[in-house]
Design a protein around this ligand. Structure first.
Ligand SMILES: NC(=O)c1ccc[n+]([C@@H]2O[C@H](COP(=O)([O-])OP(=O)(O)OC[C@H]3O[C@@H](n4cnc5c(N)ncnc54)[C@H](O)[C@@H]3O)[C@@H](O)[C@H]2O)c1
Length: 351
């Protein structure tokens, strides 16, 4: 298979800890190499390559990077820059792997889709949960009717501080509205997408939120009416004392509980012990305060990066749908918050 040549745009935290390493893997589903990198702060590009013991050309501008012999770009910059950078890369004929959130509005996402379709390039959004083996396994169980018809879902994801203090120190765009920062585009973009993937499309959203003195929303609560009649609650906060992620999905025959990100427990109606536990972890034994339980570890699935390389190699376009759906819910949450009334979710309609 031909080696796919990659240019990385934005060499901050996520590129350093994930993209550079994954796109340098020679044993990935498709082979790739990083040819060039660009960051508005050149020192970060240098640090990122050094941290990954990788060499590539460090470019001084986006134009310089796009002129390099590359097939595809990875966009890992602040959220408000995803759309303009993607449009420039697509115009230059490059395939695009863009971090979530795909864009900062449905209108921007649509522009990117139209441009990518016109050029025939791949446009894949890194909606990470879609590439996690555990969530794919739970989706299969739900489709087989493991808990019957879904009637309600609840997800809470919190953090003890904002990402500019812990995840990427100094990345203040994470809490600035002008950069499409805040908990909606950072966390709801994942968890609302998980809910609409596992439960079904969301018809309308009601929402309320707080900024707690920041420039972007850092605490939000949303109510979902799903098209299949189910209800849902989604809560996010970066100002709580602890960080947790917990999901509950209730059906008419049972419920699924994710007590944490990488573990799912299946309960039948009327039984208080799980009849099945799946884990996305490498270890098979999970210690709880009461007992030691053995969980079935789900087999690894292709990463987002491997999926992208495969799509590029196969010249397959149209990979944007999951990112587009996630933006539709984020936009509805923001509009519902502002207007204080229910807002329909604008899913993509085939023309
Ligand atoms: N999929 C996931 O789970 C996941 C996890 C973390 C971050 N992300 C996303 O990845 C993106 C980057 O996040 P991060 O945590 O690495 O942020 P970061 O602030 O650590 O890194 C962003 C980098 O982009 C650079 N930059 C800013 N504007 C630029 C421009 N116009 N051109 C080139 N470089 C520019 C900055 O100098 C910085 O080095 C965000 O969109 C974020 O939402 C996704």
């Amino acid at each position: 298979m031909k080696t796919i040549r990659i240019g990385i745009i934005g060499c901050g935290k996520i590129s350093c800890v994930q993209h550079v390493e994954r796109f340098m893997k020679k044993d990935a589903a498709g082979k790739s190499e990083i040819v060039a990198v660009y960051d508005i702060k050149t020192a970060r590009a240098k640090q990122c390559l050094e941290a990954n013991q990788t060499s590539a050309k460090i470019c001084q501008s986006l134009e310089e990077l796009l002129a390099e012999p590359i097939d595809a770009v990875v966009i890992a910059t602040p959220n408000d820059t995803h759309c303009p950078i993607a449009l420039q890369a697509i115009a230059a004929g490059k395939h695009v792997f863009v971090e979530k959130p795909m864009a900062s509005s449905v209108a921007e996402a649509e522009k990117m889709i139209r441009a990518a379709e016109a050029k025939g390039v791949v446009l894949l959004v890194d909606q990470s949960f879609r590439y996690m083996a555990l969530y794919q396994a739970v989706k299969k169980e739900l489709d087989k009717g493991a808990i019957g018809n879904i009637i309600h879902a609840h997800c809470i994801r919190t953090g003890g501080s904002t990402p500019n203090l812990t995840w990427s120190p100094g990345a203040n765009w994470y809490v600035q509205k002008k950069h499409a920062g805040g908990v909606i585009f950072d966390h709801a973009v994942h968890m609302a997408d998980v809910l609409q993937w596992l439960v079904g499309p969301i018809k309308t959203v009601q929402s309320t939120s707080r900024t707690h003195g920041m420039q972007a929303i850092i605490h939000s609560m949303s109510l979902f009416d799903f098209a299949n009649g189910a209800t849902g609650v989604l809560e996010h906060a970066w100002n709580f004392p602890t960080g947790i992620t917990k999901i509950e999905i209730y059906g008419d025959k049972g419920m699924i509980l994710f007590p944490e990100v990488m573990r799912a427990e299946f309960y039948r109606k009327g039984e208080d012990k799980p009849y099945k536990i799946l884990s996305g972890r490498v270890d098979t034994t999970i210690n709880t305060s009461k007992q030691t339980e053995t969980a079935t570890v789900v087999k690894p699935v292709p990463t987002a990066q491997e999926t992208f390389l495969k799509a590029v190699a196969a010249k397959k376009s149209g990979m944007w749908n999951e990112g587009r759906q996630a933006i539709a819910v984020c936009e509805a949450i923001l509009k519902a918050t502002e207007g204080k009334k229910p807002v329909p979710v604008k899913y993509h309609k085939e023309k």
